[in-house]
Design a binder for this molecule. Sequence first.
Ligand SMILES: CC(C)(COP(=O)(O)OP(=O)(O)OC[C@H]1O[C@@H](n2cnc3c(N)ncnc32)[C@H](O)[C@@H]1OP(=O)(O)O)[C@@H](O)C(=O)NCCC(=O)NCCS
Length: 77
Amino acid sequence: MVGHDGHRGWVYYLAVAKAHQRSGVGSELMGAAEDWLRRMGAVKLQLMVRSENESVLDFYERIGYETSDVRVVSRWL
Ligand SMILES: CC(C)(COP(=O)(O)OP(=O)(O)OC[C@H]1O[C@@H](n2cnc3c(N)ncnc32)[C@H](O)[C@@H]1OP(=O)(O)O)[C@@H](O)C(=O)NCCC(=O)NCCS
């Protein structure tokens, strides 16, 4: 699930069925998200990864993403 807020692009959900992981589907989906965002005029793509989902950070690093030093602030409405 990818979106554009008029300024930046965000990936909200990314998942590949377990049986199909490690065969290039995840990076292909991210490539398609990046292409769509470029067409929308976005210059940056951001996404949030839960701290306990450490191994996924290796996937993002592998496909060229870096971890930003930011904190997410939120409130239940
Ligand atoms: C994260 C996820 C989408 C990756 O999808 P995938 O189809 O397995 O990824 P790919 O096969 O395209 O992998 C691309 C590269 O990252 C590497 N990689 C993938 N998962 C990795 C992991 N958990 N740890 C280290 N490297 C990983 C692959 O080895 C591959 O490297 P290569 O180019 O050297 O071959 C998939 O593991 C997933 O659905 N996880 C559960 C849901 C989830 O946590 N989503 C992210 C929420 S932010």
